[in-house]
Design a protein around this ligand. Structure first.
Ligand SMILES: *Cc1c(COP(=O)(O)O)cnc(C)c1O
Length: 661
């Protein structure tokens, strides 16, 4: 690891170090002042927008951290690029069908996102995919007039089917995709009863194996889709009811975040085989829906690792178009309208989680006191390690330090030494380890036992956020999101850290980061400057994170702010949603605000009665209680002098934090 050191560090080094050129996808960059910026999607020549300017605007509006920042233009730009890339691929291949995208609502159901997709997508006939009645209602009421498709997946009861048939009557091309044979009789019965011919799709189980993180949605045991024999049953039933002309779509979903383009091609060509034979059976057909799967390059490595992708958007579109064309031309069939349900790639880039650092724990020794008269032998031994610490004996020194420290702990447990001596030993131990770390830095070959030493001595930066609320996939499935400081990137990041959230849950941490050489267990950051906030951003969090989040420790929804850039890179705060108050989250778990207040009032009043507090103190307590209920669930800083105690507190935390080696 030869990272640029103090001397040759600059903004270019920072960009490489945090990999922003890779995962930023033309949306994010670092400016010459060392701040993370949003490139203007409307105008490449316009100056980029610094996230620090956005943070300044949030501060002026008294919108507290953490904030989920949405950049509406990025949603627009993703939809534009998806549609235009397909159009270009279709033009280049002289494909004789069109492309119509749909946005799968489950990926981000927030009304503001759905509205933005509906409004901007209308010009491309970009529609929606829904998997439940609530999503159906959201889509039906948000969709703009126009050509957009509405694709209904999921298990559908009569009410769901009625909603869909009525949408058809309204002029919406609303497809009922059959996921289970049980749906068909209801569809036939309801369409006859209502006198509306349905648009029917069949969801096929595609068995091509798909590599990557989210691959369980395809294959034989997939819970979705019809087997070959079930498809034949559906076709025969439709034929018997003279409804084969309603069967117009083959649907499949290969899986989410498909990292390898070869798997996309394999899946598409299998889907085409289903499509061709349904044509041969006499179904009207005309649409082939390939579901989601277009991946996001979270690491920026452009590889077939599960959190990356080895293809560009343009290659994806070209491969889909070419594969369909090559397969169906072989059967002399017309080219169908291509539908995809890209969710992740459409909204991931548009949201950034911003938070400040509230505290730091450092694993460093306090100044070492001179040897005391009659010092315990173990302590003397620990001091002596420094005398033989050299590259050749580094492993031995490391083992000795552990041995003496563990002996001291043992004696403490048995009551043979006191807390003071234990503290001296622990402090010396940290000192020896940091000296070993320095020796290792100059060595070519590091003993394998010691490879993780740097990580185990890393700081802990405590971020003002809840992993469970804002980054659930980071906790649940170890998904990587790019994380980096949003300021001071022209300065050498002199510290290494892991990130902990403020839930006090040992799972509430991030200890895997994207870097220029793959993954790392620590993040380079700057020492905090006293009196100055230090902000970090977690990027690419617009897909799947918002509705999966939970109320761990009762941290609620964060503040959400949407901005929109103008052509000259001025920007507007177009929407804001206040995060949950403490009363809100308590309400979610069935506490009534009035009842809480009443109980607390009774308790405080009783204290007045017994003479424990005065009536005036009573009022102060009730005011604090009231203000708390109305306040934000996260760490609020206004009354706090910043970072005055950062390192002092840090020493106290060191013991409680993850065990050293
Ligand atoms: C989840 C899902 C999608 C979205 O997949 P992405 O990989 O996010 O694009 C599309 N279609 C169906 C049926 C899904 O279940």
């Amino acid at each position: 690891m030869t990272a640029a050191q103090y001397g040759d560090w600059n903004v270019l080094a920072a960009k490489a170090r945090y990999g922003i050129n890779g995962w930023g996808n033309g949306y994010f960059d670092v400016n010459e002042r060392g701040e993370v910026v949003v490139l203007n999607p409307l105008n490449k020549a316009a100056p980029p927008l610094s996230l620090l300017d956005v943070i300044g605007g949030l501060r002026d509006r008294e919108l507290q951290m953490p904030v989920l920042l949405r950049i509406e233009n990025i949603i627009d730009q993703s939809i534009r690029q998806l549609n235009e890339s397909f159009r270009a691929a279709i033009g280049r291949a002289e494909y004789r069908g069109g492309y119509q995208g749909v946005f799968p609502i489950k990926v981000n159901q927030q009304a503001q996102i759905v509205e933005e997709v509906a409004q901007f997508g209308a010009q491309y006939g970009h529609g929606f995919e829904v998997g439940s009645k609530p999503e159906m209602i959201a889509a039906l009421s948000s969709m703009a007039q126009g050509e957009g498709l509405l694709i209904c997946n999921g298990y559908k009861d009569q009410e769901f089917i009625d909603l869909s048939l009525q949408a058809v009557k309204l002029g919406i091309r609303c497809f009922l995709v059959i996921e289970s044979p049980a749906e068909l009789p209801i569809i036939i019965e309801r369409s006859k009863a209502l006198g509306i011919a349905p648009f029917i799709g069949i969801r096929a189980k595609v068995i091509s194996t798909i590599g990557g993180y989210w691959n369980a949605t395809s294959g034989d045991r997939s819970v979705f889709g019809l087997s070959a024999s079930q498809i034949i049953q559906v076709v025969d039933t439709l034929r018997a009811n003279k409804m084969l002309d309603c069967l117009q779509m083959l649907h499949c979903h290969l899986g989410s975040q498909i990292p390898n383009i070869r798997d996309v091609r394999g899946g598409v060509s299998e889907a085409c085989r289903y499509y061709a034979d349904l044509c041969r059976e006499g179904a009207a057909m005309g649409y082939i829906d390939l579901g989601g799967g277009l991946a996001v390059d979270y690491t920026g490595a452009h590889s077939q690792d599960g959190q990356s992708r080895n293809y560009s958007l343009q290659e994806y579109c070209e491969d889909v178009v070419d594969t369909i064309m090559a397969t169906l031309d072989g059967y002399g069939l017309d080219h169908p309208t291509i539908v995809t349900e890209s969710g992740r790639a459409t909204v991931a880039y548009s949201s950034v989680l911003l938070f400040n650092v509230v505290d730091v724990a450092r694993f460093e020794a306090l100044p070492i006191a001179a040897p005391a008269e009659g010092e315990h032998e173990l302590i003397r031994n620990m001091r002596d390690i420094q005398d033989y610490l050299q590259p050749k004996r580094v492993q031995e020194c490391y083992n000795d330090a552990h041995f003496y420290r563990d002996e001291v702990r043992e004696l403490f447990k048995r009551g043979q030494i006191g807390l003071r001596m234990r503290a001296v030993a622990e402090n010396l131990f940290l000192e020896v380890l940091s000296q070993i770390k320095e020796v290792l830095a100059g060595m070519e070959q590091v003993p394998s036992d010691l490879e993780n030493l740097e990580a185990s001595l890393a700081d802990i930066y405590y971020g003002n956020f809840s992993l469970f609320q804002s980054l659930p996939d980071s906790w649940a499935i170890d998904q990587l999101f790019p994380v980096m400081p949003v300021q001071r990137l022209d300065e050498y990041p002199d510290r290494r850290t892991v990130l902990a959230d403020i839930t006090c849950d040992c799972d509430g941490k991030i200890d895997r980061f994207v870097s220029d050489h793959g993954f790392e267990s620590t993040l380079p950051v700057h020492s905090l400057n006293s009196g100055e906030e230090y902000y970090l951003g977690v990027f690419l969090v617009g897909a799947y994170q918002e509705t999966l989040g939970d109320l761990h420790n009762l941290f609620g929804d964060t503040n959400v702010v949407s901005i929109r850039l103008n052509e000259d890179s001025s920007f507007e705060f177009v929407k804001e949603i206040q995060g949950d108050t403490i009363a809100d989250v308590l309400g979610y778990v069935e506490y009534q605000t009035w009842d809480l207040k009443l109980r607390y009032r009774n308790r405080v009043e009783a204290a007045v009665k017994s003479g424990r507090i005065s009536a005036r103190e009573r009022q102060e307590m009730l005011n604090t209680f009231d203000a708390s209920l109305r306040g934000y669930t996260y760490y609020e800083k206004e009354h706090q002098s910043l970072l005055s105690s950062a390192t002092a507190v840090a020493e106290g935390r060191a013991e409680a934090a993850p065990v050293l080696l």
